[in-house]
Ligand binder design. Structure first.
Ligand SMILES: [Zn+2]
Length: 382
């Protein structure tokens, strides 16, 4: 991959966002002794540091994004939501929604996160770059048009997809492999036939009862939402089976002009929020597969936007695995891999395979595809 084809979007101010004192994901209060909340973003700065120290960053053109304009944010959000985020942040901190704690810098960080996503998408659409990665915080995929939720203030990927449509992209595919369900993205595009939203997430983790297999879109958008809720303990082989047997055929059936990836890394085996088993090898393989898919379907146009990721020690290696794949490099040497890679759950299990088989035979996009090509090889069930 040519250096001039790759772009990396990040901004120092994104690392200044901080959900404030708390423990895990809960703010300080009754029974909660101050420790630190997840998504305190020196961790993300360390991730960028590792990509730089490894030399992989040298493959990218680094771009400092501009903040999203009101016009950009209003592609997805109502004005009252933007006013609330700005007011709570300007007051010095508090909850801007539901479990969406902010500090003084958060409103600016959130505008930069959305702005990076929009700018990366427009640059890729205009041919300035082929592939882009946005290392941004706060994350976005839980944010709904009218409220911030679960650390997410503005829905970066949804805004980017709408911005792509504004710039003439006809059909946009979003793959979201964050361990949580992207309820915000789903809600924005649930009735839109021109945006395919595919989410691979831990079944029932958050939000509860969101991201079920039977949620496949509504009205004109029927078939353009595809949820893959996997059971806790799912690892490398099952994630790759989902990519090859669900994501790729769905993408081919849909025919996107652009692929966006909500590239959270909280499905890792060391993440405190999820109960999945992915490794740097998994994220490298999934990102490689998505870049190949973009080469096949969209002229190579693909944008990755960071979402969740809460392991202080493992997140940097997972970002490096993703960044290496986008640059066409082999998977990085991962000193943590030995603690996860040998676990039996890394192989595809029958109860995981059933989710894939259900989607292959029932989801409107895949059932149509199956009718044309016939059923594929049986899974390597164990
Ligand atoms: Zn998440």
């Amino acid at each position: 991959m040519n250096t001039s084809d790759l772009a990396w979007y990040s901004h120092e101010m994104c690392f200044w966002h901080d959900p404030g004192p708390g423990s895990g994901y809960v703010p300080v209060g009754p029974g909660v002794e101050p420790l630190r909340q997840f998504a305190v973003d020196p961790d993300l700065r360390r991730a960028e540091g590792l990509v730089r120290a490894s030399g992989v960053m040298d493959r990218y053109t680094c771009v400092t994004p501009a903040p999203a304009s009101d016009e950009d944010l209003l592609l997805v959000h109502v004005p009252e939501h933007i006013e609330r985020v700005e007011a709570v942040s300007a007051s010095g901190g508090g909850d801007a929604g539901v479990y969406a704690q902010v500090n003084y810098h958060s409103a600016q960080a959130a505008r930069l996160a959305a702005g990076a996503s929009v700018q990366a998408t427009e640059d890729v659409l205009h041919g300035r770059f082929r592939r882009a990665y946005c290392l941004v915080r706060p994350p976005g995929h839980h944010a709904e048009p009218d409220r911030a939720m679960a650390l997410c203030l503005y829905n970066n990927v949804a805004i980017a997809a709408r911005a792509a449509q504004r710039r003439g992209a006809r059909r946009v595919m979003i793959l979201d492999w964050d361990v949580h369900h992207g309820n915000g993205i789903q809600r924005v595009f649930y009735e839109d036939p021109d945006v395919l939203y595919v989410s691979i997430h831990q079944d029932g983790l958050f939000p509860a009862a969101s991201g079920l297999v039977m949620e496949t879109g509504a009205g004109a958008g029927t078939g353009s939402t595809l949820n893959v809720p996997l059971p806790p303990g799912t690892g490398h082989d099952a994630y790759l089976a989902v990519v090859s047997r669900v994501v790729e055929p769905a993408a081919r059936a849909f025919g996107p002009d652009l692929v966006l990836v909500a590239a959270g890394v909280d499905a890792s085996g060391h993440d405190p929020m999820g109960r999945m088993m992915c490794t740097s090898r998994t994220f490298h393989a999934m990102a490689s597969a998505m870049c190949r898919l973009a080469d096949e379907l969209t002229g190579g146009r693909i944008v990755f936007v960071h979402e969740g990721g809460y392991s202080a020690w493992y997140q940097p290696m997972l970002v490096l695995g993703t960044a290496s794949a986008i640059a066409g490099l082999s998977a990085p040497q991962d000193p943590f891999l030995h603690s996860l890679d040998h676990l039996p759950g890394q192989r595809l299990q029958r109860h995981q395979s059933r989710v894939i088989e259900h989607l292959e035979t029932h989801h409107p996009l895949l059932a149509r595809h199956l009718a044309v090509t016939g059923p594929g090889r049986g899974a390597a069930d164990e």
